[in-house]
Write a protein that binds this ligand. Structure first.
Ligand SMILES: *Cc1c(COP(=O)(O)O)cnc(C)c1O
Length: 227
């Protein structure tokens, strides 16, 4: 068995074990293979192993892959920062965007999603712990952004995403993820029916699953270290 297949199996087993230990159904956790910087051959290998959701951060690189793999049934997730001059291609070529953090970007994605396409699945990126990158909407502004996005007809507001500071300690990792889950619960107690918590990478997968992640975004543990 090749290394990628082996690593993928290890990740899948880990997700299952963590979920079961937490009393969660492993099927409620979607593995998103983060394929930024990986080539078509590497992606094909993961695809052949049955993974159909791939995450990309850089638009130009992603569009080349989407084109090259256009005959395959893949759900492409945009997980990187969204610049407003890039929204058209993102709106037209992806099934998901995890990193919406501003109203202006949401409106552009909505306007540029074609009528013949199903609504674009959207997660709002939240800055839960004053994280290093400073990406994401502050918790205080989240309700207003959610209300705006929920009204946009070509976007389907699915949930929340976070990329917290990379702590090594499990309990510390859980604090940020718990805050994200609580933010989603709070919105759902109002008018929403959000079903997606996009959280957890190679480094903090366990903490994310323990706190309720429904999509985990894993690159390194599947493909190996990035160059
Ligand atoms: C790169 C990236 C990941 C994957 O990180 P790994 O440590 O390689 O698993 C997940 N989420 C986002 C937003 C990323 O940019």
């Amino acid at each position: 068995m090749d290394t990628i297949d082996q690593c993928l199996l290890t990740v899948q087993t880990r997700i299952r074990d963590i979920a079961q230990a937490a009393g969660r159904d492993p099927a409620s956790i979607q593995l998103l293979a983060v394929s930024k910087t990986r080539n078509i051959t590497e992606i094909q290998q993961v695809l052949n192993a049955g993974i159909t959701h791939f995450g990309e951060n850089y638009l130009q690189e992603a569009l080349e892959k989407i084109e090259a793999l256009s005959t395959k049934a893949i759900d492409w997730h945009f997980i990187g920062p969204v610049q407003s001059n890039k929204t058209r291609h993102i709106a037209e070529s992806f099934q998901w965007v995890h990193s919406v953090e501003r109203e202006k970007i949401a409106r552009r994605l909505n306007d540029q999603r074609r009528d013949d396409q199903p609504p674009l699945n959207v997660c709002l990126q939240v800055n839960i712990s004053g994280e290093l990158t400073k990406s994401g909407v502050d918790l205080a502004q989240l309700p207003e952004l959610a209300a705006t996005v929920a009204e946009l007809p070509r976007l389907q507001l699915r949930g929340l995403m976070a990329l917290p500071a990379p702590f090594d300690d499990l309990d510390q990792q859980r604090i940020g993820f718990r805050a994200l889950r609580e933010a989603m619960d709070k919105l759902n107690q109002q008018a929403y029916a959000l079903d997606t918590l996009s959280m957890g990478t190679t480094h903090d997968l366990q903490a994310a699953i323990l706190e309720g992640a429904t999509i985990v975004r894993i690159g390194t543990a599947i493909f190996g270290p990035r160059q």
